[in-house]
Structure formats: structure tokens, C-alpha cells
Design a protein around this ligand. Structure first.
Ligand code: NAD
Length: 423
């Protein structure tokens, strides 16, 4: 089978390589010419994606995978087209569909009779049917007759996309009935895992938003419990551990908000759609307020933050993945600066230029001698730090550190919803 994957970024490239590794002929289409050129030399642009290096070398060498900037040229040779172009939120908090719509226009120009188009990118409910399918119909071809459309969200964790592709069931919903059935058959064949076929594209779109909204709200609950724990001087980590020992309780971990381009974004897709979304909005408000809440706690402990020297460690949105979309590290930076602190940042995975891009002054080596250090993304590289030398107060922004190890090194520990160590 010939397959075009439109958008070979963090998700599209490992997806395309995986399909090619199963023996299909795959074209990876992207507007980024430098990326296309690099990938065609088997140069892996995502080194922290497990297994991609070897897989990319293999599928480029076998001739099963070719990257191209000529989307229409590739689509003209393919029976299946997957869209993995990113949709983010614009300045007003609404889905920014410009890249995806433009990709759909490119595909429309070359649609072949019987082509199956599958949209993988998470979308507000109704977008596939109301906005994307009509763009494809602008080709003059008829939906459900000349071509078919389905929505099937990617449910992957960056860093282990290749493993997750076959691990989690693939959820599929058609815009036209044949689109849904053919997309389900396609995924059964290429990934060999379970496929859950829903009644419509809208149901599949909502199921993906439900996953994101559930996690955002769950984290908001954990954050509210953390703030209640602070009032009572109890440790929320032991509270949640105890609550979760009951099999129906799955409370997540509190922290300084939610980053990345999934969990903080998808509740906003619900908020811009038709139907109620009061809870999604409330969860967003609670989580967005956490950086300020935690910085206030630090200020109270230190008797103010004016001219205090603050180090923020780990600026990516989560540990050991070099991605900075919607990272809360920048919110921490803003909150500390507003209270007069002098802030520097360090990230074991980013260059100094990458650190500056986020608005931070890069921390000089050694990482020592600060008034307070906040561990935002607890990269593996930080395991060897001597906390006592870094700062007398270590703030664990994700409740991810070993409290006893920090204290044993001679520093005080402060977690989110966790009492500070005695001085
Ligand atoms: N990253 C994740 O963890 C994750 C997890 C689950 C689902 N998703 C979904 O996958 C989508 C893609 O995310 P990503 O992280 O791969 O994004 P990305 O920004 O890494 O990749 C998108 C790629 O699309 C290309 N592109 C933009 N416009 C194009 C066009 N008109 N034609 C062809 N290519 C074009 C870009 O150059 C880029 O290489 C997200 O919107 C989300 O819905 C992402």
C-alpha cells in the first residue's frame, strides 16, 4: 500500500517510519525543506524518540520511506493520506487551524479516486466534517463517493511514540461510513493492535478531548488538594497515596501547572465548541494559577524575593524530552521576576540559545550558590547534583524529587502541597 503522511514532525515522522517498517511505501510530506533533506539522509531530527534512529536508517535504506516537500505529487501516488500537522491555540485561546487547512488544500489538488484521508491531529469536535472535509471537496470530488474521510487521534507520549502506536487501541470514527470502516481496516493491518471503531468522526474527536480534559481536571483536583494540604500542614503526597490505595481513586500528581501541547490545549477545544464546558474552564484556571501560588509560598518562606537569586532547573515541559511548548517554566520565571527576584535558567537538554529563547538568562557553571533552586523538569542529568551546594532551599515543582536525598545533602525541601523541611 502507498501511504502519504502529511506533517513529519514529532508525531508524523515516527508514525510514517513505523508504517514503512511494515513494508508499505510511505511518503513523508512536509513544508520544511531542511527537515525533508535531513530525513532523506536518514538524519534523525528527534534523537530523544526511542527506536527512531535505527528505524529511520532502515526504512530510508530499503527505499520504503521518502520525504518530500511536494505533497500533491506524493498524494497522487497514494491510496491513504494521514494528516499529522499540528494544531495549536491562537492568542485568543482558539484552535489555530491554518497549517492543517493549508495541508488539506495541498492534498485536495491531487486526490485520487477512492483515496482515504485520515486526520490524526486532535481537533475541536465537528472540525473534520465541517471544515476539513469541505476543503477536500473543493477538489470537485465527492465525499463518500470519490474519496473517504475519517478522524483517528494519535494517543502517544513523545519519546515513546513507536512503542505506544501498537500498545494503545486506535480509536477511529468516519465522516462517511466507508471512511470509518476503511480507516479501521487500515490501522488493523499496519499496526496490528486493537481498533475501536466509533459511530462518527465527532465521537472520535470528543473521545480524544475527553482524555485530555480528564487529565487536566484530575491535575486541577490534585492541585486543589495540595493547597488544602498546605492549609492544614499535611503532606499531599501521602494523602494521595492513601486515597489511591482504593481502586476507584486515580488522583494525579500536583505541580506548578500543566505544560506541553496536549493537556493544556485540549480543554480549550472543548471551551470553544458547542455544549457545556464550565469544568474545563475551571480546571484551566486552577492549573494556570499554580506557578503564582508556589512562588508566593517560596516568598513567604524567604521573607520576600526582592534580589533573591533563583535558579530554575529543567525548562522543558516534562523530564528528558527536549520540548518546550507551553512550558510552565516561563510562568515561574514571570512570577519570580514580578516579585523582584533575579532568575537564571538551566536545562540539560537545551543550548544556551534555547534557554534564551524562553526568556531566561542561562545559568553559569557550576550550578551552585543560589538562594533557591526550583526543579521544574527533573531530567535524569540532574540526579548527580549536590543539592546542598546548589541552594539551601530546593523547590520540587513536580513532586518528583527524593525528599530524603535533598535533605541528606543538606538542603531544605519544599514540594507542592508538601511541608517544607525544618531549618
Ligand atoms: N506531540 C505529542 O505529544 C502529541 C501527542 C498526541 C497527539 N499529538 C497530535 O499530533 C499533532 C502533531 O504534533 P507534532 O508534535 O508532531 O507537531 P510538529 O510541529 O512536531 O510537526 C508538525 C509538522 O507539520 C509540518 N507542516 C506544517 N504545515 C504543513 C503543511 N501545510 N503541509 C505539510 N506539512 C506541514 C511542520 O513543518 C512540522 O514538521 C498535534 O497537533 C496533536 O494533535 C501530538
Amino acid at each position: 500500500m502507498n501511504v502519504a503522511v502529511v506533517g513529519i514532525g514529532r508525531i508524523g515522522l515516527p508514525v510514517a517510519a513505523t508504517i514503512a517498517s511494515k513494508g508499505h511505501r510511505v511518503f513523508g510530506c512536509d513544508v520544511n525543506a531542511a527537515l525533508v533533506e535531513r530525513v532523506n539522509r536518514a538524519g534523525n531530527p528527534i534523537p530523544d524518540e526511542a527506536g527512531l534512529d535505527a528505524m529511520l536508517r532502515e526504512v530510508v535504506a530499503s527505499g520504503n520511506f521518502t520525504a518530500t516537500t511536494d505533497t500533491a505529487g506524493a498524494v497522487a501516488q497514494c491510496e491513504v493520506v494521514l494528516f499529522a500537522v499540528r494544531v495549536d491555540i491562537d492568542g485568543e485561546g482558539r484552535a489555530d487551524l491554518q497549517y492543517l487547512l493549508s495541508a488539506a488544500d495541498d492534498v485536495a489538488r491531487a486526490l485520487q479516486p477512492g483515496t482515504l484521508c485520515i486526520f490524526d491531529t486532535t481537533l475541536p469536535v465537528g472540525t473534520t466534517r465541517k471544515l476539513l472535509a469541505p476543503r477536500l471537496e473543493a477538489s470537485g470530488k465527492r465525499l463518500g463517493v470519490d474519496f473517504h474521510v475519517a478522524f483517528s487521534p494519535e494517543r502517544l507520549l513523545m519519546g515513546r511514540v513507536i512503542e505506544d502506536l501498537t500498545k494503545y487501541p486506535k480509536v477511529v470514527g468516519g465522516v462517511d461510513p466507508e471512511g470509518g470502516a476503511r480507516a479501521a481496516a487500515f490501522y488493523r493491518e499496519v499496526f496490528g493492535g486493537e481498533v475501536i471503531e466509533l459511530a462518527s468522526a465527532e465521537a472520535a474527536e470528543l473521545s480524544k478531548l475527553a482524555e485530555g480534559a480528564y487529565r487536566d481536571l484530575n491535575i486541577a483536583l490534585a492541585n486543589e488538594l495540595a493547597m488544602i494540604a498546605d492549609v492544614h500542614g499535611v503532606d499531599v503526597a501521602e494523602v494521595i497515596r492513601a486515597a489511591n490505595s482504593q481502586p476507584y481513586s486515580h488522583i494525579h500528581v500536583p505541580g506548578t501547572g500543566v505544560g506541553g501541547h496536549c493537556i493544556p490545549v485540549y480543554p480549550r477545544f472543548l471551551m470553544q465548541g458547542e455544549g457545556p464546558s464550565a469544568l474545563s474552564a475551571l480546571g484551566r484556571r486552577v492549573n494556570d494559577a499554580m506557578p503564582g501560588y508556589v512562588v508566593d509560598r517560596v516568598a513567604a518562606l524567604l521573607g520576600g524575593l526582592e534580589r533573591k537569586r533563583v535558579l530554575i532547573l529543567g525548562l522543558t515541559f516534562r523530564p528528558d524530552v527536549a520540548v518546550t511548548f507551553h512550558t510552565n517554566a516561563v510562568d515561574l520565571l514571570r512570577e519570580f521576576r514580578e516579585r523582584g527576584a533575579e532568575v537564571v535558567g538551566h536545562d540539560a537538554l537545551l543550548s544556551d540559545a534555547g534557554v534564551r529563547e524562553l526568556g531566561f538568562e542561562p545559568a553559569p557553571q557550576p550550578l551552585a550558590g543560589y538562594d533557591v533552586a526550583v526543579v521544574h523538569a527533573n531530567h535524569r542529568a540532574y540526579a548527580s547534583l549536590d543539592w546542598g551546594k546548589v541552594a539551601p532551599l530546593i523547590v520540587d515543582a513536580r513532586n518528583a524529587l527524593d525528599r530524603a536525598a535533598v535533605e541528606a545533602a543538606g538542603a531544605r525541601y519544599l514540594g507542592v502541597g508538601r511541608p517544607v523541611s525544618r531549618a
